[in-house]
Design a protein around this ligand. Structure first.
Ligand SMILES: [Zn+2]
Ligand SMILES: [Zn+2]
Length: 471
């Protein structure tokens, strides 16, 4: 387009009925088809929006072929027709002109962005530009030097700072009208299901099989669809998962993914120290896949059938300039296919004070019930040589395998690990937050005869402006 000016004529109803292009400095525009026959509009001199390089707005003469040049008096020959002038326009004016666009729907949308690295940065940039009203960023990592070549939101002096908190701050700068919050924590444990289920969808820019596995499990329980993004050197993928229909991420596990998944766990379920697997990527791949992911998010929010269907994966090959979509198969025996956690009770109590004992007393007082945390808790280590039990009461995902060695005698201690906390557990009287339970979590309280109920607890709502106008 170069230095071309765009000009057009609009009716009062906003319809463009004529338009044309002109070079900068050349006020004449050609009148396009649709203009009333004979071009009786004459010359209209108006402040006209200029879509060109180096120019913001210029006073241009719009005329038919017979009119005079710049500076001529305004003679509007056709009632109701005026120049396409610079009107009081909104930030989202251009995208709102798309036929199916619903800016208000985007303003009301709540999106969880899991991972604020290369892909997450690009996704956040786009969500902010698009005007997605509420964004919750979850990442436990800090900015590293290698992030700087792929993350538009981070600066050299940010190295060492929380990715999630910084990304939230910088995303807010793009559009201060947006509500952006962050959790400097783990997507599998630190975003309560009660908060996650208030999201329209989650967008993943994660770098490990384990993190995707955890998000998949959480989204299925919360009943929230998610779009997984993945990037490699010159290719990338976007996959749509819907907890209500189709395969889930776990259905797609290949032997290689299963190996990478288990490599991070010892046989006793503790964390094994494995070197970070650095995948070759560039900002180009991140930008491309984030754009495709954001587009799929738009399709989903607008209920458009044009996007990926649940269980479909889009692969883009940069070198080959080729994109294709495949349907992923569902595994009927997949362990992740559980009904959503629909709470039948809500307790406003904060996990910083609520204990498993108090929770059971509140909801199933006459039963010997137990509280399922949603993850395995290491209750403690028992040393067979010293005969000492050392209580730990932390999520197994946070306990490294070398902690099992006895500091007294050096023997390998027995790990006491449990998914549920009963009256006989050392964690029974400890606050749920100390055990690793998130704010707004939904917990399964099981009775002794195989029944139970989902209970949503309180705490700090991680969504920004929780009592805003859009719920
Ligand atoms: Zn599955
Ligand atoms: Zn010992």
């Amino acid at each position: 387009m170069g230095d071309a000016l765009a000009a057009g004529l609009v009716e009062d109803d906003g319809e463009v009925h004529a338009g044309g292009w002109s070079r900068v400095g050349e006020p004449r525009v050609s009148i396009a088809a649709g203009f009333p026959a004979g071009g009786r509009v004459g010359a209209i001199r108006e402040e006209t929006r200029v879509l060109g390089s180096g120019q913001q707005a210029a006073s241009v003469q719009m005329s038919d072929e017979r009119s005079t040049g710049r500076g001529a008096p305004v003679v509007a020959g056709t009632p109701g027709v005026r120049a396409f002038r610079e009107r009081a326009e909104t930030r989202h004016d251009r995208q709102a002109r798309i036929a199916w666009w619903d800016q208000e729907r985007l303003r009301r949308a709540r999106i969880v962005v899991a991972g604020a690295g290369a892909l997450g940065n690009e996704t956040l940039k786009l969500l902010a530009l698009l005007g997605v009203g509420s964004i919750l960023i979850v990442d436990f990592d800090v900015v590293s030097p290698s992030n700087l070549a792929r993350t538009v939101l981070f600066r050299p002096h940010d190295v060492g700072a929380s990715k999630a908190l910084l990304a939230a701050e910088r995303t807010r700068e793009i559009d201060p009208a947006l509500r952006v919050a962050a959790i400097d924590g783990d997507i599998g444990r630190d975003l309560g299901l009660g908060a996650l289920r208030r999201a329209d969808l989650a967008l993943a820019g994660l770098d490990s099989v384990n993190a995707r596995w955890a998000l998949n499990r959480r989204c299925r329980l919360a009943g929230v669809p998610w779009l997984d993004g993945g990037i490699a050197a010159v290719e990338g993928q976007v996959t749509r998962y819907d907890p209500a229909v189709g395969p889930c991420y776990e259905c797609t596990f290949t032997p290689g993914m299963a190996r990478r998944f288990t490599a991070r766990h010892s046989c006793t379920g503790l964390v094994r120290r494995v070197p970070e697997r650095a995948v070759p990527t560039t900002a180009i791949g991140a930008s491309l896949i984030a754009a495709l992911q954001a587009h799929e998010a738009l399709c989903l929010l607008h209920d458009r059938s044009e996007g990926l269907r649940p269980g479909q994966r889009l692969t883009y090959l940069l070198d080959a300039h080729r994109a294709f979509v495949d349907d992923l198969p569902a595994d009927p025996d997949c362990a992740a296919h559980v009904p959503p956690a629909m709470p039948s009770r809500t307790l406003p109590d904060d996990p910083r004070t609520l204990t498993p004992a108090a929770l059971v007393a509140a909801v199933l007082p006459d039963r010997s019930a137990s509280v399922h945390l949603g993850f395995d808790l290491v209750e403690g280590f028992a040393c067979p040589a010293c005969g000492v039990f050392d209580p730990v009461c932390r999520p197994a995902a946070l306990v490294f395998e070398d902690a099992a060695r006895c500091r007294g005698c050096g023997a390998e201690r027995e790990v006491r690990r449990a998914p549920a906390i009963g009256a006989d557990s050392p964690a029974w009287e400890r606050p749920l937050a100390d055990l690793g339970v998130a704010d707004c979590e939904i917990l399964w309280v099981a009775d002794e005869i195989g029944g139970g109920m989902w209970v949503e607890i309180g705490g700090r709502d991680p969504w920004p402006n929780a009592d805003g106008d859009d719920t």
